[in-house]
Design a protein around this ligand. Structure first.
Ligand SMILES: [Zn+2]
Length: 487
């Protein structure tokens, strides 16, 4: 057997903090981890003082149900929490309030664009985040309780993924859904969206589920892909050399000989399944989840990215790749649709958005909400090009000005004198001058070298800084040359 006889079998867990104003079981605010001081959003409930009582956050439950519905899950008709008992310094109560036997959402799926296809969702449950340990440079470890008890939604797949690319495509599709619903910002660098992969390998053509390992702390899509690739290679090499994969949690370690290279090592061998001594949370009695509530949340679901991309393809004639790019972000999709309403050809609007607009957007930091050009103003610029008032190349620099100043296209075009040169009155003098200034080339043209004509067009364009109407330049030049053709 060789390495190519094996196929990876991958299941993913996505841990998404839910974007609520307050925490899961108390009224403390949820703060931006990158800008807030440590330990400023704390109360007796979320630091685990004895006797403090949790109250479930209704908005967090709603967001969880909405995400479950968007992932085609069944929604349980009651909400029940369980205690997951373990000791760790980031868990002040000595247990985490989670859902065990009765996740709020289960038996769902998502259709991932591309070769990955359908990935089944086994379950998705609500829980509270842990506090955050901060390892200081002097060797001490500090605890920041701002994150303690922030609402967390854990989405667990069946082992339906068979490549690192597939895992990244799945995670990206789920992130798009979370962002569309306003459930999570998707900012992985803030740690609000975290990934874990369960990886095993099997002989191609078989359906066995072999011993799997778990890769934790995957904090970007690229580390997810890289981690899976390394682990699959490690397991295959182990099996081919006669070894056996052990159930373990894998962790990153720098390679001994090269500090820039990382590798995966067995961090913790699991002899038995973890025993968390789950039991029903006595401080939170189960409550019914009414079908009317679920039906209302289903009605409130926005059009989701995949459905929207399909519609962009069929209604606007876009390629699958363009449609995907324009729908990955909900606000960008909204912006595009608003531009389309003001132009005659959606495809042209897409080219502007994905070309010059995206370039300027990224240059300015990538925040659509801070862009000074409204969708209406971009549509107006595109119409100016379509009507021939400004050439496509001039229009690009007009858009750059609009980004900088917020001015409308006609104002920029007038101020910078960029109106397209059109009509015989404007173009004939330029053509006459070019023909007079280049007698050698004109002689070649009359001698039958047809491609000199294009060179002369180029000279006119250069002289007018690209503002001459291309079609009219050709007809005007033709007329000027014919008038001088030797008899
Ligand atoms: Zn609190």
């Amino acid at each position: 057997m060789t390495a190519t006889d094996f196929e990876p079998v991958i299941g993913l867990e996505i841990h998404a903090e839910l974007q609520t104003r307050s925490k899961m079981f108390c009224g403390c605010p949820v703060l931006d981890p990158l800008v807030s001081e440590p330990n400023v959003a704390v109360c007796p409930v979320c630091v685990g003082l004895p006797g403090a009582l949790p109250v479930a956050n209704r908005r967090a439950v709603e967001l969880g149900i909405s995400v479950g519905l968007a992932l085609n899950c069944q929604i349980r008709d009651f909400l029940a929490f369980a205690r997951k008992n373990y000791f760790y310094p980031d868990l002040p109560k000595g247990y985490q309030i989670s859902q065990h036997e009765y996740p709020i959402a289960f038996n769902g799926h998502i259709d991932v664009p591309g070769p990955t296809g359908r990935v089944r969702i086994r379950r998705a449950h609500l829980e509270e985040d842990t506090a955050k340990l901060v390892h200081a440079s002097d060797g001490t470890t500090l605890v920041d309780f701002n994150r303690s008890s922030v609402p967390l939604f854990e989405i667990v797949t069946e082992p339906d993924i068979h490549s690192a690319e597939g895992a990244m495509a799945y995670a990206s599709a789920v992130r798009d859904v979370l962002r569309y619903l306003g459930a999570n910002s998707g900012d992985m660098e803030k740690g609000v969206l975290r990934l874990e992969a369960n990886v095993s390998v099997r002989e191609r053509g078989t359906t066995d589920l072999n011993t799997r390992t778990e890769i934790k702390n995957l904090n970007s899509f690229s580390s997810l892909g890289r981690g899976i690739e390394l682990e699959v290679q490690r397991q295959i090499a182990l099996i081919l050399s006669g070894g056996k994969v052990r159930q373990a949690t894998m962790g990153w370690e720098q390679a001994e000989n090269d500090r820039d290279r990382v590798k995966l090592v067995e961090q913790r061998i699991k002899e038995n399944a973890d025993d968390y001594r789950y039991f029903p949370e006595p401080d939170l009695r189960p409550v019914p989840v009414s079908r009317e509530w679920v039906a209302r949340l289903r009605l409130e679901l926005p059009e989701l990215p995949t459905a929207r991309a399909d519609r962009f393809r069929t209604a606007f004639g876009l390629s699958a790749a363009d449609a995907e790019l324009l729908t990955a972000d909900r606000a960008l999709g909204d912006y595009f649709e608003a531009v389309v309403r003001g132009v005659s050809t959606p495809k042209v609007a897409a080219n502007w958005m994905l070309g010059e607009f995206m370039r300027l957007l990224n240059e300015g930091g990538g925040e659509l909400s801070s862009v000074k050009v409204t969708a209406d103003a971009l549509a107006e610029l595109i119409r100016e090009v379509e009507q021939g008032n400004v050439t496509p190349s001039s229009a690009k620099s007009v858009l750059a000005d609009m980004f900088a100043s917020g001015e409308r296209a006609p104002a920029v075009i007038a101020r910078r004198g960029l109106t397209t040169l059109r009509g015989a009155d404007a173009l004939t003098p330029v053509a006459e001058k070019i023909v007079t200034d280049n007698p050698a080339q004109v002689a070649q043209y009359f001698a039958g070298k047809e491609n000199v004509f294009q060179w002369l067009v180029g000279q006119i364009m250069k002289a007018t800084k690209g503002q001459a109407d291309a079609q009219q330049t050709r007809t005007t030049l033709q007329a000027v040359l014919e008038a001088r053709r030797p008899k």
